[in-house]
Design a protein. Structure first.
Length: 211
């Protein structure tokens, strides 16, 4: 069963994720599903297809994260999607990127701490409401299934003193959301098609400012 599951990660090879990384990702998925029996971390309906829906989906931004990045902040990390997935992959690449997982839920934060310890990740859990934090800094900010695009842009503008790049997972309304936000905001952006959902996109944003 494990071997057949590992084959489902083959799509990641196009992103320069080595096969040696697949067992760790599968182990994380297994731990996630086990914990999901106790607390709600992911939707029950996505468990059967969780390799594609959660692990591969989270990993797909690996190639658009600058190799010289020193810090990566995951907004509303939840059970570590995408934060833990990215941290596992970068560890296997011998990267020194430091991850910060912002998650206000105590139960989810406790799970994140267990994953950091278990996989010996270069990461730290910030069990805080990020909307109440000020003067934040990070080279890369990532967010998946967190808040609407407009809310995230307001958060970045008000609460971050410095960041280089914002990488967001957007659903089927992603392009429309971007066009709507461009009425109020100026930013450079690049859209990348999702590997896991033809209707979804990844957007990479730089130079955010209000009009």
């Amino acid at each position: 069963m494990i071997e057949s599951n590992l084959k489902k990660y083959s799509q990641l090879e196009t992103l320069n994720v080595s096969r040696e990384t697949f067992p760790a990702l599968e182990e994380f998925r297994s731990l996630l599903l086990n914990e999901n029996k106790k607390i709600n971390l992911i939707s029950k309906s996505t468990e059967k297809d969780s390799i594609k829906r959660h692990i591969v989906d989270s990993a797909q931004i690996i190639d658009i994260i600058d190799k010289d990045t020193k810090t990566c902040l995951d907004l509303g990390s939840g059970p570590g999607l995408p934060g833990v997935v990215l941290a596992i992959i970068f560890k296997k690449k011998r990267s020194k990127i430091k991850f910060e997982f912002y998650e206000k839920s105590q139960k989810k934060s406790n799970f994140l701490r267990k994953m950091i310890k278990h996989f010996e990740l270069n990461a730290e859990v910030k069990q805080k409401n990020i909307f109440e934090e000020k003067e934040l800094e990070a080279d890369i900010i990532v967010a998946r299934a967190f808040k609407p695009l407009e809310t995230i842009l307001e958060l970045i503008n008000k609460n971050f003193a410095h960041y280089n790049t914002l990488i967001l997972f957007l659903g089927k309304s992603g392009r429309d959301n971007i066009n709507e936000c461009l009425k109020l905001w100026k930013f450079d952006y690049e859209i990348v098609k999702s590997l896991t959902d033809v209707n979804s996109v990844i957007v990479k944003i730089n130079n955010l400012r209000k009009k």
